[in-house]
Design a protein around this ligand. Sequence first.
Ligand SMILES: NC(=O)c1ccc[n+]([C@@H]2O[C@H](COP(=O)([O-])OP(=O)(O)OC[C@H]3O[C@@H](n4cnc5c(N)ncnc54)[C@H](O)[C@@H]3O)[C@@H](O)[C@H]2O)c1
Length: 257
Amino acid sequence: MAGRLEGKIAHITGGGSGLGDAIARLFSSEGARVVVSDLKMEAAQRVADFIVRQGGDAIALSGDVSSRAECESLVAETVKQMGGIDVLVNSAGVTPRYAPPEWDFEQTWDWVVSINLKGTMMMSRFAVNQMKKQQTGSIVNLASIIGLVGYAQGISDGFNPYPHTKGGVVQMTRDMSIALAKEGIRVNSLCPGFTYTPLVTTLVEDADMHERLKSLHPMGRLGQPEEIANAALFLASDEASFITGANLPVDGGYTAQ
Ligand SMILES: NC(=O)c1ccc[n+]([C@@H]2O[C@H](COP(=O)([O-])OP(=O)(O)OC[C@H]3O[C@@H](n4cnc5c(N)ncnc54)[C@H](O)[C@@H]3O)[C@@H](O)[C@H]2O)c1
C-alpha cells in the first residue's frame, strides 16, 4: 500500500530532536524522501542515518534558520540533492530558558525571535520560491498553544519572547495561506500542548511544575512527540487538500478551556 506521503520530498528543520525527529521518522515511514536539517549536524545525521537503516531515503544538512544565507542554502541543497521540495516543516525552535544566563532580556528576546519567528519566515520564503515553480507545496509550522492563548499563569511574566513568537507564527500562517492559496501551496500550523521533548526537560524535572503542567491540560497529561507527528502527517499530506490557514491545537484540550 502506498504511503500517505509517497514520493514527496519533505524538509524538516530542527529535525535532529524532539518533534522534528518524530516527524522525520514518521514521514519517512509514509514514503517521503526526507531532508533532516538542524543547527546541530550530528543530531540531524543521527536521525537521517536511522531512517536510512530502516530502508528510507534521507539526507542530513546543517543549517541555522536565523541566518538568511543558510536558509537559502538549505532550500537550494534540498532542490539540488532531492529534486524539489513538496513539504516544509518548520520545527526549529528555542525557548528563553536555554538562553545564556548572562544575556539581558533584549538579547534573549532577539535570539528567540530570530529563530522561532524570523527563521520560520525565511525558510518559508525560500521554500515558497521553489513551490511556486512546482505549483504545489505544503508548509507545516510548529506554533504552540501559547500562540493561541496567554501564557502568564505564573509561568511567564508577560515579557517572555516564546509566546510572542508563537502568536506571530499563527498570524504568519494565516497571512501566507491566503496569499498562496491560488498557487497550490497550503500553509498550516500545529499548536501543540506541552509535549515531552528536550525543550521541556528543565520544566518537567521540577516535580511541582510537572504536576502543574499536567493539570493545565484537561486530559491530565502532557503529549508524546508521536501524537504531534501524526497531526503533522495529516496536514502535510493530500488528505488535508482543502485545509489551509488552520492553526490546529494538538493539546489534550488545553485551549478548549
Ligand atoms: N515540546 C513542546 O512542548 C512544544 C510545544 C509547542 C510547540 N513546540 C515547538 O515545536 C518545535 C520543536 O520543539 P521540540 O520540542 O522538538 O524542541 P527540541 O529542543 O527537542 O528541538 C528543537 C531543535 O531545533 C534545533 N534548533 C535550535 N536552534 C536552531 C537554529 N537556529 N537553526 C536550526 N535548528 C535549530 C535544535 O538543535 C533542536 O534539534 C519548536 O518550534 C517548539 O517551539 C514544542
